[in-house]
Design a protein around this ligand. Structure first.
Ligand code: CA
Length: 164
């Protein structure tokens, strides 16, 4: 009897949520869209630093954002606008979780690379050094993506998947 009770306690402790649990509700300052929580961070980081920050700050399931649809692409841009409280500001740029791996593109959260929103002439791998992707606004290239060197310093957008 005592052993069964002890076992029950061990199992309950092992299964209890920790920092690494998925969200049921988005944490403070994170915004929900579909089954993910999103947050814009204004501090400037390289792509690697941003990727690491996304998974360590608030939740170990956090990643640089992956974008799988036109709706999601638009939603991600509104995070920046909300943060700056200026929907008509003319320029922005921030890292998203897409990176070149050999000849293919990979999302941080391993979601399939199907939807894409490259700007005109991108990805052009200028100088053979452009392996990381940002979303930006440049003239009429509204909400488009561009490959740039991974050591550029940019703001970034993180996501956390929600419990299904
Ligand atoms: Ca480029």
């Amino acid at each position: 009897m005592g052993i069964v009770l002890l076992l029950g306690i061990i199992i309950a402790v092992a299964a209890s949520p920790s920092d690494g649990s998925l969200c049921r509700k988005c944490p403070k300052f994170w915004l929900q869209n579909g089954n993910k929580c999103y947050r814009f961070y204004a501090s400037l980081k390289t792509w690697d630093e941003a990727s690491k920050a996304c998974s360590s700050c608030e939740n170990s399931h956090g990643k640089l954002v992956s974008i799988g649809s036109e709706d999601e692409n638009k939603f991600v841009s509104t995070l920046w606008q909300t943060y700056n409280n200026n929907p008509s500001a003319s320029g922005y740029t921030y890292w998203i979780g897409l990176r070149r791996s050999g000849s293919t593109w990979r999302w941080c959260d391993k979601s399939p690379y199907r939807y894409k929103k490259w700007g005109a002439g991108e990805p052009n791998n200028s100088g053979g050094k452009e392996n990381c992707v940002h979303q930006w606004k440049k003239n009429d290239n509204y909400l488009t993506w561009n490959d740039i060197p991974c050591d550029y310093m940019l703001p970034y957008v993180c996501e956390i998947p929600m419990e299904k």
